[in-house]
Design a binder for this molecule. Sequence first.
Ligand SMILES: NC(=O)c1ccc[n+]([C@@H]2O[C@H](COP(=O)([O-])OP(=O)(O)OC[C@H]3O[C@@H](n4cnc5c(N)ncnc54)[C@H](O)[C@@H]3O)[C@@H](O)[C@H]2O)c1
Ligand SMILES: N[C@@H](CC=O)C(=O)O
Length: 489
Amino acid sequence: MKLNDPRLLRQHAYVNGKWTHGDGGREEAVVDPATGETLGHIPWLEAEQIRGAVDAAEAAFVHWRALRADERCERLLAWYDLLQQHREDLATIMTREQGKPLPDARGEVEYGASFVRWFAEEGKRTYGETIPSHIPNAALGTIKEPVGIAALITPWNFPLAMITRKAAAALAAGCPVIVKPAGETPFSALALAELAERAGIPAGIFNVVLGEPAEVSEILCAEARVKALSFTGSTRVGRLLLEQSAHTVKRVSLELGGNAPFIVGPDMDPREAAFAAVAAKFQTAGQDCLAANRILVHESIHDDFVAHFASRMAALTLGNGLEPEVDLGPLIHGQAVDKASAIVDDALSQGATLVAGDQSQAPGPNFFVPTLLTGVTPKMKVWREENFAPVAGVTAYGDDDEVIELANDTEYGLAAYVYTHDIRRIWKLLRALEYGMVSVNSVKMTGPPVPFGGVKQSGLGREGGNTGIDEYLETKYYCLGALGSVSGS
Ligand SMILES: NC(=O)c1ccc[n+]([C@@H]2O[C@H](COP(=O)([O-])OP(=O)(O)OC[C@H]3O[C@@H](n4cnc5c(N)ncnc54)[C@H](O)[C@@H]3O)[C@@H](O)[C@H]2O)c1
Ligand SMILES: N[C@@H](CC=O)C(=O)O
């Protein structure tokens, strides 16, 4: 891989400030999903080495938590500057291992870096409280303390930002982190480690462990010294990790799957709404937890909407993300393509109509041609499952009550989109939708100031915003009694 700074491409784990081989000699190939080319290999660490990362984090915690908040802020800002400085290389690494188009990868580097800057500042505002005392001659209050070692387990679809949104919050709070990135996209995580080291983040504070996913997660969940687990990934694995963390009663944050409804009201311009829906569906080739999975269009504008959607979709270019003008890259691997095909076949077998999506036009084995289905019903997999592919399903509805029921008919509750200019309809939908995030007339909804997260089986807790750092802080209550001098109590 050609980089301006070749030292950003690391093929070792990073533990206690050292680049580390696997003691057992096991390794995994990292493959470019667009071409099938092997980009490099990463080692799988053995159980003792994972526990070694916990030892290192435990030792380093003592000094890191003792720093002043503004000292931690300085290191985080240095990390932020380095992310900006190396944006082009980080984007190249991401496009090669994940497949997303280079402009999107650059956007994710910006997005990921923005969390580092945000939490660098937030770390200086972890205020406690003074509590009016109900106990005679006592002063009551709270202070915030770092929870301890945080294990961060992350997915392949946003290989950099899903790490920084967690790690920057934890580091700013005074916690060391052990990151376990997805095996498909480890190089972005390792480049983050290289830059963290250059930014002066001490050994043992930012660790990246690599290995067999179930094995590594099991060790981290069973470790009593790991106090917090923050996971982003599928609901299936999230449930498993929640169960495994029960034994050590960890603080658990889960950012899981989504099955976003995209609701279009009868008052909308069908062209405007269709263009927005295409943008909300095809980012990262549909491999986005916020992807508009179920597009619910008022019956009065349904046909016009579908025509505009189809023509906008037809203008998207599918190809290798390194090439200019490409809008959609490949899916992450062959199983994702098989899953998408099965979802489309299931819909067609149950009466959906294929408006567009000729897979014989796919430019390679991991590519899936953008597909539009109409007549989608709640019985179909394309409705029930997060398809995580460029497959858009459209359903017509009759009135607001019906669309609310349809939109909430899922185990997921991450994000919902509403397109209408009718303020009464907006308010009704906003309140009735069982989602952690509702975006009205805007495809873009995320960013550092936002409390990102879902309800139902889309997760627990919120990342980002002014509460994101709380996932890594404990509240310690104090009662200072027998203070003869406290007046008024
Ligand atoms: N809510 C959010 O913020 C958010 C953001 C991005 C992705 N996601 C979700 O992530 C999913 C896609 O990512 P994915 O396919 O990498 O998810 P995944 O659950 O398969 O993997 C996520 C992480 O868990 C690890 N893992 C996989 N199997 C495991 C097991 N049996 N035990 C322990 N760890 C295991 C993986 O190696 C990876 O690091 C989608 O469902 C998407 O919606 C959610
Ligand atoms: N786009 C999401 C990631 C979901 O896959 C985000 O902004 O966090």
